[in-house]
Write a protein that binds this ligand. Structure first.
Ligand SMILES: Cc1cc2nc3c(=O)[nH]c(=O)nc-3n(C[C@H](O)[C@H](O)[C@H](O)COP(=O)(O)O)c2cc1C
Length: 348
């Protein structure tokens, strides 16, 4: 059956119900369909790890680390689970996820619903990843010290994954984005990196940034990244802006918009960070990838690795294979002998 037919059925379901059905299907029935070998040109080494291809599953799809093994088997080069908080939490009231079909977008205000550190940790311990696993961490909504929450998650997860992603950019946990301010960011990074040192951990630490920032914010964040020797960045999370050109009547629902409407802003932010950081700090580019060309644009903007979520919802699981094939063709068309050589060529 063609995915368009399946999708027209899925589009009639409540988006959260459709998502939990997809997770149940992947958990219980999914048999890896596309174990084909990745094109050599897509192979890359980032964060000290070798990635067979640069296409990753973005945070939020597998919040409770239930299906990352299946997503890796589907052809993703890496998967990021979470956001995980220390205590389990329900998240915001439903409805809280909206599909804007005409705009190929999603607006969500989930607010980190997840089963909490203890349960998810034991799940990951019993299901070692055959591939590269990132763990995305955040604070509980009612936390008295958000920094302590990040530190607790770091301590529990650092030796169970290939990298830790510190999420300071969800718009759905009140004031979380205040960690984009100089003093708060410094304090957070110094606590996490002191913990890392204390634990003699070698796990790379990367930071996930909002697209709703200005040039002064970018300069300040870059200074801190370099000062603290952070290992990488994820650019970007969802946006609370970028609603003007949307057509769906749900366009003003509160929350973060993802998908096609944030693609250009995310690319611009990647270019700006790359221009300052060059290849010293690798960037994982995310926001609106749904084809080989949109993946290639992000590589040329300065991303060494990529992630997607909304593109998977609209295009279905075959999109991963299609992106990899098109990306390989585009790199060869333009005379690049490797993915790495194309990183940032458009950022000058
Ligand atoms: C329903 C939904 C839930 C998400 N949850 C998280 C999350 O828990 N943590 C996080 O860092 N990003 C989360 N994201 C953001 C994505 O990881 C990604 O940064 C963003 O959607 C842009 O990529 P896309 O256009 O490919 O979806 C979520 C996105 C969506 C659509």
């Amino acid at each position: 059956m063609n995915y368009q037919i399946i999708n027209s059925f899925i589009n009639k379901l409540d988006p959260e119900l459709a998502h939990s059905l997809a997770i149940q299907f992947l958990k219980n029935f999914y048999i890896p369909l596309f174990p084909s070998k990745d094109d050599e040109i897509l192979k890359t080494t980032v964060l000290g790890k070798e990635f067979l291809n640069p296409i990753g599953l973005a945070a939020g799809f597998d919040k409770n680390a239930e299906v990352y093994d299946k997503m890796l088997a589907l052809g993703f080069g890496f998967a990021e689970v979470g956001t995980i908080t220390p205590k389990p939490q329900e998240g915001n009231l439903k409805p809280r996820v909206f599909r804007l079909i005409e705009d190929e977008a999603i607006i969500n205000r989930l607010g980190f619903p997840n089963q909490g550190l203890a349960k998810i940790k034991s799940r990951i311990e019993t299901k070692k990843a055959d591939g590269i696993l990132g763990i995305n961490i955040g604070p509980n909504k009612d936390s008295t010290s958000r920094i302590d929450d990040y530190v607790e998650c770091f301590k529990n997860f650092h030796n169970l994954c290939s990298y830790i992603c510190i999420n300071i950019s969800s718009p759905n946990t009140e004031n979380l984005r205040n960690f984009h301010e100089q003093e708060n960011l410094k304090k957070l990074l110094s606590e996490i990196l002191n913990t890392k040192k204390y634990l003699s951990s070698n796990t790379p630490v990367i930071l996930k940034i909002s697209p709703d920032i200005n040039d002064a914010d970018i300069d300040m964040i870059c200074k801190n990244i370099l000062e603290f020797n952070l290992d990488g960045l994820v650019l970007t999370n969802t946006s609370v802006k970028l609603r003007e050109n949307l057509v769906n009547k749900k366009k003003n629902e509160m929350g973060g918009v993802s998908g096609t409407p944030i693609k250009d802003t995310s690319n611009l932010i990647i270019k700006k960070f790359f221009k300052i950081l060059k290849k010293k700090v690798p960037i994982i580019g995310v926001g609106g990838i749904n084809s080989g060309i949109s993946a290639y644009e992000k590589i040329r903007a300065g991303a060494s690795l990529l992630q997607l979520y909304t593109g998977l919802v609209y295009k279905g699981p075959f999109v991963v294979r299609a992106i990899k094939q098109e990306l390989g063709e585009l790199l060869r068309r333009d005379g690049f002998s490797s993915l790495q050589k194309a990183v940032g060529v458009d950022s000058e």
